[in-house]
Write a protein that binds this ligand. Structure first.
Ligand SMILES: [Zn+2]
Length: 182
C-alpha cells in the first residue's frame, strides 16, 4: 500500500486537478469507488517535457467490463507477463516505486526521457493514489499488444462498437494499440 496524494503528473490534463469523472460512465470518482488513471506520453526531440497524448480515468466497474471482453487466454498472458516482470524487479531488489521515482519503465528499466512513448497507469481512490504507478515504455507496450490474440482484438472491436458511451478517440486508441488496458 502506498497511500499518498495523487502526483500532479497524473492530474487531468485539462483541469490540472485530480480526475472527477469516469470517462466511460461519468460516475463521480470522488465518491469512493477505486479507479484507474491511464495516461500516454510522447517525447518530442525539441521539447524538454513529454506531452500527454491520452489521459483518462475509468472506474473499477468500467475497467473490469472492458477487461472481461478480452479472451481468458489473452488476459492470462498479459497477467503472467506483468507478474513475471514484477518478480524480476523484486529479485533485483527494486520496486515499481523506485522505478517511478527515477522516471524509468517499471519492466524494462529504460529512462522514460529516452523512449518514444510511454504509458502510466495508477490505481486511485478519491484524491489518493493506492499503489505506485506502473510506467511502461513503448517496446514493452508492443510486447503486451503481441500477447493479445486476434480473437481478443475482434472482441475489443465489437465491445467498442456496441458501447456508445465510449469516446471515439478512446476506441480508436484501444484498437490501434496506442493504449493498453492494464
Ligand atoms: Zn465507469
Amino acid at each position: 500500500m502506498w497511500q499518498e496524494p495523487i502526483p500532479e503528473e497524473l492530474y487531468n490534463e485539462d483541469s490540472k486537478k485530480p480526475h472527477q469523472h469516469c470517462k466511460i460512465c461519468a460516475k463521480d470518482l470522488q465518491a469512493g469507488e477505486p479507479y484507474a488513471i491511464q495516461k500516454v506520453f510522447k517525447n518530442y526531440p525539441d521539447q524538454e517535457q513529454a506531452q500527454a497524448l491520452f489521459d483518462f480515468a475509468m472506474c473499477q466497474t468500467c475497467l473490469q467490463e472492458a477487461r472481461a471482453e478480452l479472451s481468458k487466454e489473452s488476459r492470462q498472458n498479459v497477467d503472467a507477463f506483468m507478474l513475471k516482470g514484477l518478480q524480476e524487479l523484486n529479485e533485483n531488489e527494486e520496486s515499481p516505486k523506485d522505478r517511478y521515482q527515477s522516471h524509468r519503465c517499471t519492466l524494462s528499466g529504460k529512462n522514460l526521457k529516452e523512449v518514444g512513448e510511454y504509458q502510466l497507469m495508477a490505481v486511485c481512490q478519491g484524491d489518493q493514489i493506492l499503489e505506485s504507478p506502473i510506467c511502461l515504455s513503448d517496446d514493452i507496450l508492443e510486447e503486451i499488444q503481441g500477447l493479445l490474440s486476434q480473437e481478443s482484438k475482434d472482441e475489443l472491436n465489437r465491445f467498442t462498437e456496441n458501447n456508445f458511451g465510449w469516446p471515439p478517440e478512446l476506441k480508436k486508441a484501444l484498437i490501434d494499440g496506442d493504449i493498453v488496458l492494464l
